[in-house]
Design a protein around this ligand. Structure first.
Ligand code: CA
Length: 222
């Protein structure tokens, strides 16, 4: 899952970016409203964290502008203000949720999961495909009941494949949702990571869940 953070306080963006990357999210950062709006319109994000008080264009306007141009990416507003009318205004502008600063990182993670769950209309935190399970909260992955150890990036890739179970995902889709804006389209890093995953998920099992669709990409299915 790829997240855009629009926030001008570097201390906060560093903290959020580091924490989210550790959880396997791909993260891009914009330090003002104008750049944020531009990035949100030109990239495929799964979620946007949007600060209210921003240079150039304020958070409320960014939110309204994005919704007005048909961008429905879930938005969580970050606000230092506690006034009820600010929160109401944010939700009315099209935000899906808000979080008051300062916040505990665990709460931010829980709200991100909740908003993504709503978007995917998933009621459970565990995705299961055949005998493979992935827990979105604990990041625990098992096959045939056996725990599988994954790096943050491997986990993020598997989560993306499992959220799209039964559908072909292209390398472009993977790069847009699992990697950040610094992704180099000329590398074979996606194929390398698919191989890492195969070694951990499929090797030793008769049934291979990750399949290559020649010329198109990959599919994970039963
Ligand atoms: Ca700010």
């Amino acid at each position: 899952m790829r997240i855009l953070v629009i926030e001008d306080e570097k201390k906060i963006t560093d903290f959020i970016k580091r924490g989210l990357k550790e959880e396997g999210y791909a993260v891009d950062v914009a330090y003002d409203g104008q750049e944020g709006e531009f990035l949100a319109k030109t990239n495929e994000y799964d979620l946007i964290l949007l600060d209210l008080m921003l240079p150039k264009v304020d958070g409320l306007s960014v939110c309204k502008n994005l919704r007005a141009s048909g961008i429905l990416t879930p938005i969580i507003m970050l606000t230092a203000k506690s006034a009820v009318e600010d929160r109401v205004e944010g939700l009315d502008a099209g935000a899906d949720d808000y979080l008051m600063k300062p916040f505990a990182f665990e709460e931010l993670l829980a709200r991100i999961r909740a908003v993504l769950r709503k978007k995917n209309t998933k009621v459970t935190n565990v995705i299961q495909v055949d005998d493979l399970t992935l827990d979105l909260v604990t990041h625990d992955v098992t096959r045939s009941g056996k725990h599988i150890e994954l790096t943050a990036k491997e986990y993020a890739l598997l989560e993306y494949l499992m959220r799209n179970t039964g559908s072909v995902v292209t390398r472009t889709m993977i790069s847009e949702h699992v990697w950040d804006i610094d992704f180099d389209t000329f590398t074979n890093v996606i194929d390398v990571y698919i191989n890492y995953l195969r070694n951990k998920i499929d090797s030793g099992f008769e049934k291979k869940l990750i399949q290559t669709i020649r010329g198109r990409g990959y599919i994970l299915k039963e």
